[in-house]
Design a protein. Structure first.
Length: 202
């Protein structure tokens, strides 16, 4: 992957060649017209089919609803993983339909290796994750998303969900270098100023 992360250090940097599709659909109508949100950028950038999408700040269950609506409004699938036991009848079909992928840990794989295997088995897979790993306020991000991206050899797309301005900002893809300390500093700068639904947890 080409390494040109220096230009991606601020939240103001979003893909210049990606404009939110102006075609109206029911999800965009609900998200933008009824709920008052707007979207800057797109997940379907640079023809990337496999990425890790990190979304922050995550402070409320309603983040999931906004995320689903924005995904549908953009017309791009963003996936998630869950225990394989969840993907059985009667709910298995539904979870797969909304982008879920079963996580099989039975082969003595750790979670990073298991998710990297899912990336390897798919032609297209965009994994959505919360770097905080919880809705509560945290001092440090969990680093699983970073090591998953490294192992799967895929870029990271930072995505902020700012309730103060009701703006979802999708940043330019970021190629992890292996220097986690430096890379996390760059990624965290993207989210500076974003306010979660529950402000005290931001």
């Amino acid at each position: 992957m080409e390494k040109n992360n220096d230009a991606r250090k601020s939240k103001s940097y979003v893909p210049k060649n990606v404009i939110f599709n102006k075609k109206m659909n029911i999800y965009k109508f609900i998200l933008c017209k009824i709920l008052g949100w707007k979207i800057i950028g797109d997940f379907n950038q640079d023809h990337l089919k496999k990425v890790v999408v990190i979304v922050a700040p995550h402070t409320s269950w309603s983040d999931f609803v906004i995320a689903i609506l924005s995904r549908k409004a953009l017309g791009v699938m963003v996936n998630f993983v869950g225990k394989k036991e969840l993907f059985v009848w009667p709910f298995g079909y539904y979870f797969k339909w909304v982008g879920g992928a079963p996580l099989d840990r039975s082969k003595n794989h750790n979670k990073v290796d298991a998710i990297a295997s899912i990336f390897d088995s798919k032609k297209e897979f965009r994994l959505g994750m919360s770097p905080e790993g919880t809705r509560k306020k945290v001092d440090k991000w969990r680093t699983g998303f970073y090591y998953i991206a490294l192992k799967a050899k895929v870029p990271i797309i930072p995505t902020s969900m700012d309730y103060k301005t009701k703006t979802i900002t999708i940043g330019k893809s970021f190629d992890p270098t292996g220097d986690i300390e430096t890379d996390l500093k760059i990624l965290k700068k993207f989210f500076v100023g974003s306010v979660g639904k529950i402000k005290k947890y931001t």
